[in-house]
Design a protein around this ligand. Sequence first.
Ligand SMILES: [Zn+2]
Length: 282
Amino acid sequence: MTRARQTRGSAAGQGAGFLRAANLERAAVPHGFGMRGSAEPPGVRRAAQVHGARVLCADGPAGAALSQPAGETPRPPHRTEAPREADALYATHPGVTIGVVTADCVPILLAALAPTAAATPAGATPAAATPTAAPAVAAIHAGWRGLAAGVIEAAVAALRRAAPRSALCAAIGPHIGPCCYEVDAPVLTALFDSPAPPSPQLAPPNALRPTRPGHFLLNLGAVAQHRLTRAGLPAAHITTIPHPCTRCAPHFASYRRDGPQSGRMLHWIAVPVSPRGGRVAP
Ligand SMILES: [Zn+2]
């Protein structure tokens, strides 16, 4: 886990500012995790979030519709999805900014970057000079339903298709903590694809704590981290923003604390424009 820092009144947002992830900062990828009162930067493209696993491409011109990724077989819908409904977006055109909103769910920002020699496997040719290497970015809204439906895996796959030979970095933003997130056994079964935790990191006492019969306090961020790792991201490329629980900390929006009045926090990421952006730094 690496550090994050907070900036106030940056060029991208005023007011409460945004939290930044160290790994994306090192790679010079513009991004921010919002809090209550963070002003939305102009031009952020967003989908209508429905707690599913659909990924859409946001590369069209400003005002254009989000699009089904090229060459992708449409996922069989579990429900009828309107054209703008998706819980992950990706973009590859420099300057395009995408975002998701949350209030307790897990926001994840992903970047597919040109690997440095340090990030390239021994014997392989660094892909930095390959036009298709990078960069590309994605933003994911991951509650338990989206995690169970595979939204992280779908977004990682879309980025790998959009930017082959890239190295992926991920940053996990502020979300509800295990202090306040109680789930029952059917939710766990859906999240784990089995009745038992799929890894020691998700087993008690690490990410699960029994409460009343059939119920557990769950570390949802640990599930997201596990899914990213299972999708092939090295642990060293995943940063979790150090943060208190969104329900416990008043500077975050929390649906569980405030209900429909909670508002939402915006988390955004942009395809780097500058020449120094979009590279995995050692
Ligand atoms: Zn809490």
